[in-house]
Design a protein around this ligand. Structure first.
Ligand SMILES: [Zn+2]
Ligand SMILES: [Zn+2]
Length: 243
């Protein structure tokens, strides 16, 4: 005889397996990594008519010619920028569910998302790049997690474009030690010190890949480091864009 408490827990565990971890509805057919097909449908492209530089719809005329993004009010250091999916697409917003989960070690979500990269349409200009790199994550965090999702996404994009993936950027140690500094000391430091890796020589047209693009501050610092390091041009592609 099994104790009743055990059976109750078993029933509860089974029920939790059958509920979608996104919408808490029944998972049904087409579910993957604990999310139902409807939730995965939240991977939606960004709106048409977005700026070719900041990937937002802001009224300035979208063009893809020489002066692409000429009317863009955003501070960017790259020639062209785009993202594959809307971070807030779907209900619940899928990007906002997936990325924090992946960073906490949701291996199933990470795999499912990376598996979608070979099939998703890339911007037409992506084929014009010479090499692919990723925004760096801090070394202690990377070691702790055991993976670097931005680099994994960049490698998948590089494979798709048949271009080399080169880890060109590093995140400084400074950002990790701020807790021990006084407020005024902290303010004098750059929030995140992004530099070229030792020996890295970015050349030609570099595609900078990251998982999510929100304010773009990290991407800006990355692009500046690449340009100062000798890249002819930087283009940006992220998995998600938060609008
Ligand atoms: Zn769902
Ligand atoms: Zn713009």
């Amino acid at each position: 005889m099994l104790p009743v408490g055990f059976l109750t827990r078993l029933v509860q565990a089974r029920r939790s397996l059958l509920l979608c971890r996104g919408c808490l509805g029944p998972v049904g057919a087409g579910a993957e990594a604990g999310l139902c097909a409807r939730c995965w449908g939240g991977l939606v492209p960004l709106p048409e008519g977005r700026c070719p530089r900041c990937a937002l719809v802001h009224g300035a005329e979208a063009s893809h010619g020489e002066d692409a993004g000429a009317g863009c009010p955003e501070a960017v250091a790259w020639a062209l920028g785009d993202a594959l999916w809307d971070y807030h697409g779907g209900r619940p917003p899928l990007g906002a569910l997936l990325l924090p989960g992946i960073k906490q070690g949701e291996a199933g979500w990470r795999k499912a998302l990376l598996n979608r990269l070979p099939g998703v349409p890339l911007p037409a200009w992506a084929v014009e790049v010479d090499r692919v790199t990723s925004a760096p994550s801090a070394l202690p965090r990377r070691l702790l997690r055991g993976f670097d999702f931005g680099a994994e996404a960049a490698q998948a994009v590089a494979a798709r474009l048949e271009r080399p993936f080169e880890p060109l950027l590093a995140k400084g140690w400074r950002s990790g030690r701020q807790a021990s500094r006084t407020e005024s000391e902290r303010r004098r430091l750059p929030k995140r010190a992004i530099t070229l890796r030792r020996g890295a020589a970015p050349r030609g047209r570099v595609l900078l890949v990251d998982d999510v693009w929100t304010t773009g501050t990290t991407l800006l610092r990355c692009a500046q480091a690449l340009l100062e390091g000798g890249a002819d041009e930087v283009r940006v592609l992220t998995l998600f864009r938060a609008l």
